[in-house]
Design a protein around this ligand. Sequence first.
Ligand code: SAM
Length: 232
Amino acid sequence: KLSKRLETVVSFIPKKSKLADIGSDHAYLPCYAYLHGYITKAVAGEVADGPFRSAQKQVEKTGLSQVIFVRKGDGLAVIEPDEVDCVTVAGMGGTLIAHILENGKEKLSGVQRLILQPNVGAHVVRNWLISHGWELVAERILEEDGQIYEVLVAEQGNGLKPYNHDHIEAELLLGPFLLKERNDIFLKKWRSELEHWKKIIAQLEEKALTQESMKKKQELERKIQLIEEVLR
Ligand code: SAM
């Protein structure tokens, strides 16, 4: 059984895709996607030795060595141009996901859909997408084992399209679709972020403010204001 988090990622894979799952670790995602009829083949990429071997083992154990190719390498370096039409990158920080996309962007020209699941820093991913002509087409937020996860789905197109120019900064941070939907998990996430930032400000104020901590405090206050405004 796959985690709800990875199941949500898989649910966005178009039927009959050729998939690359980057940072695949145990390769659960491509195995599940194949066995449930989402994909016809996959490349499972891993940069680290242990996870690479665990992906190989899982693919062998599942009897899928003919359709899931486990390759060792950094990010999108493991795929040939036009080899896949869908890419998943899940379970890493947003900054690392954006790096992987940036470093391999010449491999993405034949790719139709990206499904990205940043554990933190989703705004870094949204920023990358917007400035590289990838249009956000859907977003999900979910909670599993006390953790809140976001899933971002993008296709080639007009990166600016889902955003509203009046509050693009808030939308980049919170997610344009998630902000519109405002479900309970979304509200829970941002209320707890607000609380967390307010606590940091209180801690900063306890000590004598230096120029640096003053700057940090102002940044946090600005983010708090930005979010409180759109959550109101
Ligand atoms: N995608 C799986 C999931 O969501 O459950 C595994 C997530 S695991 C926390 C992150 C994996 O990404 C690790 O196995 C790590 O080795 C791999 N990774 C990190 N940077 C990478 C890179 N530049 N290229 C390929 N894999 C990478």
